[in-house]
Design a binder for this molecule. Structure first.
Ligand SMILES: Cc1ncc(C[n+]2csc(CCOP(=O)(O)OP(=O)(O)O)c2C)c(N)n1
Ligand SMILES: [Mg+2]
Length: 329
């Protein structure tokens, strides 16, 4: 069951709760729309939806400041929206159009925004982890107090490069927060089938890295843990590991038949742990918002997502001359 914290018991304001509701709903509706466009044949290639995991990125972004950096795997649309990238540019990239963040040449897994400090979008499992340590190294070298959020999955957490990175990051006290999004599956392989040992965050202890597990379906718990991790890193005492216990509602990618888990298992998570319903209950339960207030937000979000889809459909295909740009000669 989701921890039904009342807002009085946590350090959260009405405005912040509304912000969380809005941001998580934007990601969910955006992803639903992306799923529809994929079904219509408007999105080619791979497309990995983030539905179910929204509280992780929204809670972490609540502890970020301008200048902080983030990078993640191929399950990346939520991270882009949460750091303020424009829904239109993200959707147009999904449809491979010139108005997309990579001018239609990158697609779902390969988008970047220097302005928002979003460094991808990485299709090679685990590859972003050492890159994240590199970004953190640059900030440490420059002497600022920025932190880098390096997100990766439970499957990626069994890769060797993650542990090489842990060693170097701790050796140099890099300001990097390793965010393990433990959604319990790596494609069709469950944690039970792939992993022995009590937890993923505890592996950091072998390198002297601090960390903790977090209810990744509770945006307030995520934010509280993120604030702690960020403070450690800004004080020059990083890195830090946060293992977010979360769940993806949809298949691994759009082409996943999902035969490795039951419908009942998925339904149970939706019924008992849904992150958006949790915040909705908090807002309504404490009388901080009315049904009508939340419906108005729903309408707003729907309009943003529809506008993004229209933009993505109307944006032209990239010009042939684009074949010769953004390449190493
Ligand atoms: C180096 C490498 N090996 C294998 C793959 C194929 N692959 C793509 S996603 C994936 C599962 C990763 O799962 P996890 O890290 O838990 O992330 P999630 O998809 O759950 O977000 C695999 C094995 C890949 N892309 N790169
Ligand atoms: Mg996973």
């Amino acid at each position: 069951m989701a921890t039904k914290k009342t807002p009085e018991k946590s350090n959260v304001s009405k405005d912040e709760l509304l912000h969380f509701y809005r941001e998580m709903l934007l990601i969910r509706r955006f992803e639903e729309k992306a799923g529809q466009l994929y079904g219509m044949g408007l999105i080619g290639g791979f497309c990995h939806l983030y539905i179910g995991q929204e509280a992780v990125v929204v809670g972490l972004e609540a502890a970020a400041k301008p200048g902080d950096k983030r990078l993640t795997s191929y399950r990346d649309h939520g991270h882009m929206l949460a750091c303020g990238m424009d829904a239109k540019g993200v959707m147009a990239e999904l449809t491979g159009r010139a108005g997309g963040y990579s001018r239609g040449k990158g697609g779902s897994m390969h988008m970047f925004s220097k302005e928002k400090h979003f460094y991808g979008g990485h299709g090679i499992v685990g590859a972003q982890v050492p890159l994240g340590a590199g970004l953190a190294f640059a900030d440490k070298y420059l002497g600022n107090d920025n932190v880098t959020f390096a997100y990766f999955g439970d499957g990626a957490a069994n890769q060797g490069q993650v542990y090489e990175t842990y060693n170097m990051a701790q050796l140099w006290n890099l300001p990097v927060i390793f965010v393990i999004e433990n959604n319990q599956y790596a494609m069709g392989t469950s944690m039970k089938r792939s992993t022995r040992g009590p937890s993923l965050w505890e592996r950091g202890a072998a390198y002297g890295i601090k960390g903790e597990p977090v209810d990744g379906m509770d945006v307030l718990a995520v934010k509280a843990a993120a604030e702690k991790a960020v403070a450690v890193c800004r004080a020059g005492e990083g890195p830090y590991i946060l293992e977010m216990m979360t769940y993806r509602y949809r298949g691994h990618s759009m082409s996943d038949p999902a035969k490795y888990r039951t419908r009942e298992e998925v339904q149970k998570m939706k019924d008992e742990k849904d992150a958006i319903e949790h915040v909705r209950d908090l807002l309504l339960g404490a009388g901080l918002a009315s049904d009508e207030d939340l419906k108005a937000i729903d309408r707003d979000i729907k309009a943003i997502v529809n506008e993004a889809a229209e933009f993505a459909k109307e944006s032209p295909e990239p010009d042939v001359a684009e074949l010769w740009t953004d390449i190493y000669a």
